[in-house]
Design a protein around this ligand. Structure first.
Ligand SMILES: [Zn+2]
Length: 402
């Protein structure tokens, strides 16, 4: 490992780069790898690189094991000018993270967690999750040959359980308070030598920097004015922000976009604290939103995200389930079908444009975190139509009806 330090996001206490426990001993806030201030993008054909190789200057690993990778990242940045025009923006981009190996952004972070686990000699990894992260850690853990443990809530439905189970990890339905499971997993990890690559662990957040790096390259280093990130635990938005900061420090870009943290109004602890000017999140009771992937009532990186927003000057907003469903249809009709949480950014952008926060010359990038096929129950919310017609009448049917 290179000579970087881990630093507490709240009190600034420093730790060794080899530390696995992601939280500060003194204040229990998340640790972050120090800002990398020097580095270059690896020259050459990106089709022949993994994200770890291409941006290796910005990561602590001396040895990169490409056989742990499933060739994640390098996802498309799709410009949808018709939506931009309708809303009244100069440009609107969608970073389509559903094109990762397990169809969500989680694969970036999982890869980095797996690399760290490997570099420290671990043979066991795990995650507490019922959604995208569980699937991602199950896939990468098994591929790496690790004993892989996934803890889910006891009442998880079969349609969520089976896409995790197919990878063959040890899948354990835990009867008890799901909120406490995150902290309990850290204890179990210490006792049993299992590296838990949970939502906001240090190297998972490091992996998310690569989405920012890619956007810089895709836009020829002319970064957008705003980047909108659907936010739950807070790891993804912290990583994306840190990626832009590091490229700025390294002289690769000349400014950092403003970050917009987008939440669902049925579960918006960060937004609640932000509008009240608080620097600590409070637990949301009875969260309820269709955007299940961002339904975290007490986000472990919530306080770190509030601090980040203050430093960056961005904003936080929440949108209703109804607004999310409308945005999902709008995006799908332009070819990008995201799961409900992935459509929160577009709903947020529309709202912020109406409020005048965003203006017509702004260029905005939305992070589409995962595939719409991950949550097919959302189909019921749309009044989806098809037509039926006899073969011999098809020609006339088309002529008469469309
Ligand atoms: Zn601390």
């Amino acid at each position: 490992m290179k000579d970087f330090k881990l630093i507490c996001t709240a009190c600034g206490k420093e730790y060794s780069i080899e530390r696995v426990d992601p939280r500060c001993d003194d204040c229990n806030e998340p640790l972050e790898m120090e800002l990398v201030k020097k580095g270059k993008i690896k020259q050459g054909n990106p089709l022949q690189h993994t994200i770890l190789e291409r941006y290796s200057d910005f990561f602590p690993f001396n040895e990169i094991r490409n056989d742990l990778s499933l060739n994640e990242g390098f996802t498309p940045l799709v410009s949808i000018s018709r939506i931009a025009k309708r809303i009244g923006l100069k440009n609107l981009y969608f970073k389509n993270e559903s094109q990762n190996p397990t169809w969500s952004f989680k694969d970036r972070g999982t890869l980095f967690g797996i690399q760290h686990a490997y570099s420290l000699g671990y043979k066991k990894v795990g995650a507490v999750s019922t959604g995208n992260m569980a699937v991602s850690v199950a896939a990468y853990g098994k591929r790496a040959g690790f004993d892989t443990f996934i803890f889910v809530g006891k009442n998880i439905p079969a349609e969520k359980l089976n896409p995790i189970a197919i990878y063959g990890a040890h899948l354990i339905r835990v009867d008890g308070d799901y909120g406490r499971l995150y902290y309990e997993s850290l204890n179990i990890g210490r006792k049993q030598g299992i590296y838990f690559i949970n939502s906001d662990v240090t190297y998972r957040v490091e992996g998310y920097k690569t989405a920012a790096f890619e956007m810089c390259e895709q836009l020829d280093f002319d970064v957008p004015d705003y980047v909108v990130v659907p936010t739950s635990a807070g790891g993804n938005v912290r990583g994306i922000y840190k990626g832009f900061l590091e490229f700025k420090e390294a002289g690769i870009i000349d400014r950092v976009p403003k970050i917009i943290v987008a939440q669902a109004s049925g579960c918006s602890p960060i937004y609640n604290a932000f509008i009240e000017g608080k620097d600590k999140v409070e637990r949301v009771e009875n969260p309820d939103t269709i955007a299940h992937g961002i339904e975290n009532p007490f986000p472990p990186s919530g306080n770190a995200v509030l601090k980040m927003l203050k430093e960056n000057g961005g904003t936080c907003i929440s949108v209703s389930d109804e607004e999310i469903i409308i945005a999902q249809k709008e995006m799908a009709e332009k070819g990008v079908f995201g799961q409900p949480e992935s459509c929160v950014p577009l709903a947020a952008v529309k709202k912020l444009r109406q409020q005048g926060y965003l203006t017509e010359n702004d260029r905005v990038a939305c992070i589409v975190t995962g595939s719409g096929l991950k949550y097919t129950a959302a189909f019921e919310k749309h009044n989806l139509k098809s037509h039926t017609c006899k073969l011999e009448e098809l020609n006339n049917f088309i002529k008469d009806n469309f």
